[in-house]
Design a protein around this ligand. Structure first.
Ligand SMILES: Nc1ncnc2c1ncn2[C@@H]1O[C@H](COP(=O)(O)OP(=O)(O)O)[C@@H](O)[C@H]1O
Ligand SMILES: CSC[C@H]1O[C@H](OP(=O)(O)O)[C@H](O)[C@@H]1O
Length: 401
């Protein structure tokens, strides 16, 4: 197969047949396009006679959610496959294995994770995942420590920064997270019931100053190789396993941005319990589970990151007493701010979340949206003063009192 074109299901089968050592030569293969994300095609190829399968993910030259009027680089397929391979080298059990990356077709062939479910769906079904916090805390600590100036050769790190320059995907984030929600942008999709609360953001200069500071961090703070879009739709899960997918937004940025993405999406589900829980007691119980998960993710991340630093840190100046504590406090403060920014954007910006949008009861949906905005703006405004993860949990609890 030659130059770039979007594959048909039949072409996807032929492509998969050519991946070495995967399927039985000459056997029947089936293909189904299952992409439910905002950007790409995803083909699920199976060999019914053996149960073997593979996922082929192909970038389209535009953003699928908007259409051909929003052109988008195919280089994101390279970014995604290279990020997955680095993450696999650091946390082999927490990402899908990549079998093949095809530059010309902007296509990645990877391990099929269909025995897992997308975590957003799992949370909407009220499931609990006791191992998740440990898994994702370890993922965050290892992928960020070993790609940062703390944990890798600082000259090689500069080359990594170059490898993951991702201007078009970063621009999407810069606009959809750090600009459009705070003005009357065309991309916004404002729920009419909460227009008053949304307009209040546009006029809140204290809030916009903090967003400008967080935007500056996103633009300039090349701390570690981020996943870049670590929401619960980018996490596959089952009780004993967690897999992170879809790092096409990967770039060198502030560590708190990825942690904030995880927390924001747990908090969006927390807000949406207005409609998902059947009564007040189960609502409170599930919310406690979500907040407990946030606390455990942070504690795991902090413990593992500090221990990697103590064991593998090579920079002499960074061993100065007090520096590690200062660094962790900055990461915590960034985490508050990015959790807030990533919560707000999902309420009235482009690409919202099913946790809230699938609520059928209009009053519950409106309450959920207002709670999410209150949590998000509260975290953004407080972020530069934060000293402990408890304060984040308090801001969430106060929003539902
Ligand atoms: N490795 C995989 N195994 C099984 N299904 C997958 C895999 N990767 C993606 N999918 C399916 O395709 C969907 C879209 O994939 P995703 O990587 O999130 O695409 P996008 O970048 O367009 O958001 C996922 O929600 C999931 O249902
Ligand atoms: C125009 S892209 C909108 C939105 O979609 C991405 O999510 P995903 O690829 O997981 O569907 C990302 O969050 C972008 O901000």
């Amino acid at each position: 197969m030659s130059s770039y074109h979007a594959l048909s299901e039949a072409e996807a089968v032929e492509y998969a047949r050519g991946i070495p050592n995967l399927f039985t030569p000459g056997s029947e293969l089936t293909s189904r396009e299952i992409g439910d994300g905002n950007l790409n095609l995803v083909f699920h190829i199976t060999e019914p006679s053996t149960g073997k399968s593979v996922i082929l993910k192909q970038a389209l030259p535009y953003a699928k959610v908007v259409g051909e009027s929003w052109p988008l680089t195919l280089d994101r397929a390279r970014i995604e496959s290279e990020a997955l391979m680095i993450q696999e080298s650091l946390c082999p059990d927490l990402v899908p294995h990549v079998f093949v990356y095809d530059k010309e077709l902007a296509l990645t062939g990877m391990e099929d994770l269909s025995d897992h479910i997308i975590m957003r769906r799992g949370l909407m079904e009220g499931n609990r995942y006791p191992l998740f916090a440990g898994h994702i805390g370890r993922f965050l600590a290892h992928t960020m420590f070993f790609t940062s100036d703390l944990g890798m050769n600082q000259q090689e790190k500069k080359l990594r920064v170059k490898q993951f320059i991702n201007p078009e995907l970063c621009k999407i984030t810069e606009e959809l997270i750090f600009d459009d929600p705070y003005r009357d942008a065309d991309t916004n999709d404002i729920p009419p019931a909460i227009r008053d609360a949304v307009e209040a953001l546009w006029n809140d200069n204290e809030l916009k100053l903090e967003v400008a500071i967080l935007r500056t961090g996103f633009l300039t703070k090349a701390q570690a190789l981020l996943h870049g879009d670590l929401h619960t739709g980018s996490i596959f899960i089952k009780p004993d396993s967690t897999k992170v997918i879809d790092p096409e937004f990967a770039y060198y940025g502030p560590i708190g941005f990825d942690i904030g993405a995880v927390f924001a999406n747990l908090l969006l589900n927390f807000a949406a319990q207005e409609g998902w829980s059947k009564d007040a007691a189960s609502r409170e119980d599930y919310r406690s589970y979500l907040l407990g998960t946030i606390r455990e993710v942070w504690e795991t991340f902090e413990r593992e990151f500090r221990s990697l630093w103590n064991e593998h840190g090579t920079d002499r100046m960074f061993q100065t007493p007090g520096y590690q504590d200062w660094y962790m406090q900055q990461v915590l403060r960034d985490t508050f701010g990015y959790t807030g920014s990533k919560t707000v954007r999902r309420v009235h910006g482009l690409a919202q979340v099913a946790d809230i949008n699938k609520l059928e009861d209009a009053a519950a949906k409106e309450r959920a949206q207002r709670i999410a905005l209150q949590i998000g703006t509260g975290l953004i405004k407080y972020h530069r003063q934060a000293n402990s993860i408890d304060e984040l949990l308090d801001i969430a609890v106060k929003a539902v009192r």
